[in-house]
Design a protein around this ligand. Structure first.
Ligand code: F6P
Length: 405
């Protein structure tokens, strides 16, 4: 067995899940145990499990047969140690997280997660003195410092297949179908699946759209005898007006910035009638229950599909019958692609090698075809939007894809 500076690690999965998490858990655990004799402790439900000291031993039997399984055997949550709902309060639980780490004699906390997880892990290092390591997970591909995140390739495949399927039905009925694709505030997923699936219009947050331009493009298609259209829209896409409003509010009011996080404040106006109905039902609930629901709402805001509003607007402007498909969490479920399985195994194995060397406080990134450690201090807090000069945008434009600008 090779020498190792690390004897014991804690492993958790945090933030939105994605296909490939189990493949990484398997690779780290296998290499850590076989090559280096490192003890691996699984922490349940992300940082919440760390704070509550909920752990399971990860050994060969525990990670057997999980390579192809979606989700995470450890469970995940979006909880942050420094601001965690406990009872009816938001508390800083950093101390409890440090306690679990020490009690279990961990030498490093390995966190599989995206940008938010990176920030939380780095904060635990800075404020709690823990050694940490992150591996870049998300279907959004928006983690700074790595060429690609695991889970992204699988999601691109799912979204592309959906666009393919929408093509056949849109063609039969001579319709426009607006397909909403995840991606948080980045357009990677919509762009790549839109390009691969041959979407006619691709709308991404990085390029604010003008409704008039899209309508003109769709009408022109119809005048050229094309009686169907596919609009692939990223959940974070916004019109030029919304982008300006967001920028203004951002400058003025931090709270307003939160409220328009997904650019959906305009869509919420349309829900007034339902709002009133919901309020009427809520009025009958005991005050204590209502308070509890408010806290849940504040913490887990429910997202409204933006594609519905866009489809209605485009139908009004063009007279072309529109339908909506919001892919949602389908993009995060099921088995990882072959590419993701291989990527996860490479990243996980590299993580174990780095732990054995005693390399901490890094993200294990994938750059130029290799897994490399990148200091967390150089990547946390930064985002990776699609650059406007990205070849996928240029190429899509050349084949007459409309970006609404
Ligand atoms: O970050 C992954 C992601 O699926 C985003 O694309 C999406 O905006 C978000 O998570 C949805 O989060 P939740 O699962 O908490 O609704």
């Amino acid at each position: 067995m090779a020498k190792s500076k690390t004897r014991c690690i804690g492993l958790l999965t945090s933030g939105g899940d994605c296909p490939g998490l189990n493949a990484v858990i398997r690779a780290i655990t296998k290499v850590a145990i076989h090559e280096y004799g490192i003890k691996v402790i699984g922490i349940q439900d992300g940082f919440r499990g760390l704070v509550e000291n909920r752990t399971i031993p990860l050994d060969e039997a525990a990670v057997s047969g999980i390579l192809t399984r979606g989700g995470t055997i450890l469970g995940a949550s979006r909880d942050k140690p420094h601001s965690m709902p406990v009872g009816d309060q938001l508390l800083d639980m950093t101390g409890a997280a440090v306690e679990t780490y020490q009690k279990n004699k961990m030498d490093c906390l390995v966190c599989l997660g995206g940008g938010g997880t990176g920030k939380n892990a780095f904060r635990l290092n800075q404020k709690g003195g823990l050694n940490v390591m992150t591996l870049p997970k998300t279907i959004d591909n928006d983690v700074f410092g790595t060429d690609i995140t695991f889970g992204y390739d699988t999601a691109v495949g799912i979204a592309t297949e959906a666009i393919d399927r929408l093509h056949t039905t849109a063609t039969s009925h001579h319709r426009m179908i607006v397909c909403e694709i995840m991606g948080h505030r980045a357009g990677w997923l919509a762009l790549q699946s839109g390009l691969a699936g041959g979407a006619d219009v691709v709308l991404i947050p990085e390029i604010p759209y003008d409704l008039q331009r899209i309508a003109e493009y769709l009408l022109e298609r119809r005048n050229h005898g094309k009686r169907f259209s596919i609009v692939a829209v990223a959940e974070g896409a916004r019109s030029v007006r919304e982008a300006l409003e967001q920028a203004e509010k951002k400058a003025k009011d931090k709270k307003a910035k939160e409220a328009i996080k997904y650019g959906k404040n305009a869509a919420l106006d349309d829900l007034k009638t339902e709002r009133e109905a919901v309020d009427a039902i809520r009025a009958d609930l005991p005050l204590k229950v209502r308070k509890m629901h408010d806290e849940i709402m504040a913490y887990h805001a429910v997202q409204e599909p933006m594609a519905s509003r866009l489809a209605r607007q485009l139908q009004e402007l063009t007279g072309v019958e529109a339908r909506v498909t919001s892919l949602g969490h389908v993009q995060r479920g099921g088995i990882p692609s072959a590419f993701d399985r291989a990527l996860c195994t490479l990243l996980g194995a590299k993580a174990a090698d780095l732990l054995a060397e005693g390399t901490y406080n890094v993200m294990v990134a994938y750059r130029n075809g290799a897994c490399v450690p990148v200091p967390l201090k150089d990547v946390v807090g930064q985002r990776k939007p699609v650059p406007l000069d990205h070849p996928m945008i240029g190429t899509a434009r050349k084949i007459d894809t409309c970006f609404g600008d």
